[in-house]
Design a protein. Structure first.
Lengths: 345, 293
């Protein structure tokens, strides 16, 4: 037990250390003092209600994309397509919203939006799943390729048929807007955090229950550990593959609600803006554990928002660099720590 | 004349693909997934522009690009080989790293968040279609040469044999004395240098570096690598085909025959079709993405 805790914590500590060193070097190269920059970062994120609200907003999307990638990885599948699945979910939800009569209450429309967003993501995720199950096409490549295809398709549909003239977004949706947190807690005023955050937390709980407490979840994990053995054990591995990727896509798709219905109330070209790819980082750092994913999403959201807070002093892209450093350090130290743990055992 | 202009533009668009896809072929044949090509290209474009700007010479710029690409590829290779990190994860992280780092250092070096000042490039001022201006650009020739050299290296040299062995069955290769890890490091470095040359070509062609200027070209090169079934010549044909489709799209822009987004999809859609194997399946190197046991 102690060893598993070490295995989970050590890579994160290594990553933090490496990121701190790289961050210091970058800040010093810009002629600034690391202490000042880090203080700005903390003040702009956790230090005030607005900043914290923005962190929560970003945590929401990243939780969904992180869960999407984590569920895939638990089944031994690498879903690099969360970016386009997120966009497709948001797109279909927006489409549903534009068709629904105005003035419907959020409680009546929410199930429709959830189904639409999940369906959008599930289709985009399910295609590579079927291609893998039926033809053995590797999902890493097909999901990457589908990202480009689906985003181009959505851009075409938006540009040619749906956009408001002079913008890159659709008309505003008036049916069942989801309430922002500021309607409950006044201090959050102005921040984009909204009730989709709670949907994200509930979803994380449901995913944990599914993975660790249901037969399907067990089959999923068995397939991830050793597909051949799972097959012998009576698991339909091909079925698990495409169903898992469809589920993974659905999770990412629901994340689209955060922007489309919780924040802007319209679909906009490239609103995903990297949240899908960051989902990979969230899943890796969160060690494919739903609770870990929520925590990692919070950390990465803090970094993203922190970049905006320090931008006046050092370029905000310092955060992209540090996020990449964290991913590389965790990816490199996980196998290393595991080997060390085995050796000392 | 129209055909000549079409061919010239196709070649201009294809050159960065040819460089990067040649790099993709050597990397993947050795067993290392080529997901970082986009990052190597962008890093190469940036280092090339910086070196060219401060030295005033495009040749020095090329050296800078090569050094930058090799450094990034070795970072990838060390984490993937020495530390056995997941190649997919690190490949994607390298792209994220380069996107952020180039923008960061763009502000540090040139006080701009979008582009560098004008940098020296090769040949006559580009006019867009002229074959003469094409022929005067040494990178055009290098790009074509890269494909031929890669084919020779892969199929006609002992090193090429080792690369293919490392990519198909690293343990077997190791047992007969092939230094698998070293073979892969060299392959990675080559892929980084080649992709970086493709990036430098872009920067020199536009006489500046601009943020995220590679715009997914590394992934098109990866698509060409796969669509070309990990063979240098077939990958080059795929590059030319993708470039021709883009050229057609540019030339038809006024006519609005096919929405540009559908032309953008071509390389990716074809790659999926090739992987799904509707007409002859594309089978990757057996040990692709796997660290040596």
């Amino acid at each position: 037990m102690r060893r598993t805790v070490e295995e989970a914590i050590l890579p994160a500590l290594v990553a933090l250390l490496v990121a701190a060193v790289v961050g210091d070097v970058l800040i010093l190269s810009f002629g600034q003092s690391p202490g000042t920059v880090y203080r700005l970062l903390v003040d702009g994120t956790w230090g005030n209600a607005y900043g914290f609200g923005q962190v929560l907003y970003k945590t929401t999307t990243l939780t969904f994309t992180g869960l999407a990638v984590a569920v895939g990885l638990r089944a031994g599948l690498f879903n690099i397509g969360a970016e386009s699945q997120l966009a497709a979910g948001g797109f279909l939800a927006a489409l549903a919203g534009l068709l629904l009569p105005t003035g419907l209450p959020a409680l009546a429309t929410l199930p429709i939006y959830l189904v639409a967003a999940a369906a959008g993501g599930a289709v985009v995720g399910g295609i590579p799943g079927v291609l893998k199950a039926k033809f053995g096409a590797h999902e890493v490549i097909t999901t990457i390729m589908l990202n480009f295809i689906v985003l181009a398709l959505l851009n075409y549909l938006t540009a040619a048929h749906l956009k408001v003239e002079g913008t890159l977004h659709t008309a505003e949706i008036h049916a069942g807007a989801l309430p922002r947190l500021s309607s409950m807690i006044e201090a959050f005023r102005g921040s984009a955090a909204n009730v989709v955050l709670f949907i994200a937390l509930i979803t994380a709980g449901l995913v944990a229950w599914f993975l660790f407490r249901t037969r399907r979840g067990f089959e999923l994990r068995a397939t991830g550990l050793q597909p051949t053995a799972a097959e012998y054990g009576g698991v339909n591995v091909g079925g698990v593959w495409w169903q898992t990727l469809a589920l993974s896509g659905a999770l990412a798709g629901i994340g689209g609600l955060n922007y489309v219905l919780g924040y802007k109330h319209y679909y906009e070209e490239s609103f995903a803006s990297g949240a899908g790819f960051l989902g990979i980082a969230v899943a890796i750092v969160g060690r494919n554990n739903p609770i870990g994913v929520v925590l990692a999403a919070f950390v990465f959201a803090t970094m993203s928002q922190g970049g905006l807070a320090v931008n006046a002093v050092v370029p905000k892209q310092i955060v992209d660099v540090l996020q990449a450093v964290v991913i590389i350090a965790v990816a490199a130290s996980v196998p290393e720590v595991r080997r060390l743990a085995r050796r000392t055992a | 004349m129209i055909i000549l202009a079409f061919l010239a533009q196709t070649l201009r668009i294809a050159i960065p693909y040819l460089f990067a896809a040649s790099g993709g072929v050597i990397s993947e044949r050795s067993g290392l997934i080529g997901l970082g090509l986009e990052g190597y290209m962008l890093g190469g474009a940036f280092c090339g522009a910086v070196a060219s700007y401060y030295s005033g010479s495009a040749w020095v710029g090329l050296v800078g690009a090569i050094a930058g690409g090799a450094a990034l590829a070795l970072l990838y290779a060390v984490t993937a080989i020495r530390f056995r990190a997941d190649q997919v994860v690190v490949g994607i992280a390298v792209n994220l790293l380069v996107t952020g780092a180039t923008r960061f250092f763009l502000r540090l070096a040139f006080h701009s968040s979008s582009n560098s000042p004008r940098v020296p490039g090769f040949g006559a001022e580009q006019s867009g279609t002229g074959l003469a201006s094409l022929a005067s650009n040494p990178l055009i020739w290098l790009g074509i040469l890269a494909v031929a050299v890669m084919a020779w290296l892969l199929y006609r040299t002992p090193y090429g044999l080792r690369v293919r062995a490392a990519g198909e069955h690293p343990e077997a290769a190791l047992s007969v004395g092939v230094p698998v890890d070293r073979v892969r490091y060299v392959a990675a470095a080559m892929s980084g240098m080649l992709a970086a040359l493709g990036g430098a070509y872009l920067a020199f062609d536009q006489h500046q570096f601009s943020a995220e200027m590679t715009a997914g070209r590394g992934f098109i090169a990866l698509a060409a690598t796969i669509f070309g079934r990990w063979d240098p010549f077939r990958a080059a044909l795929a590059c030319l085909f993708f470039a021709a489709a883009e050229t057609l799209q540019i030339q038809l822009q006024g006519a609005q025959v096919i929405p540009s987004q559908f032309v953008e999809m071509i390389p990716y859609a074809l790659t999926i079709v090739a992987l799904a194997g509707v007409v002859g399946r594309a089978v990757p190197p057996a040990a692709l993405g796997r660290a040596r046991e």
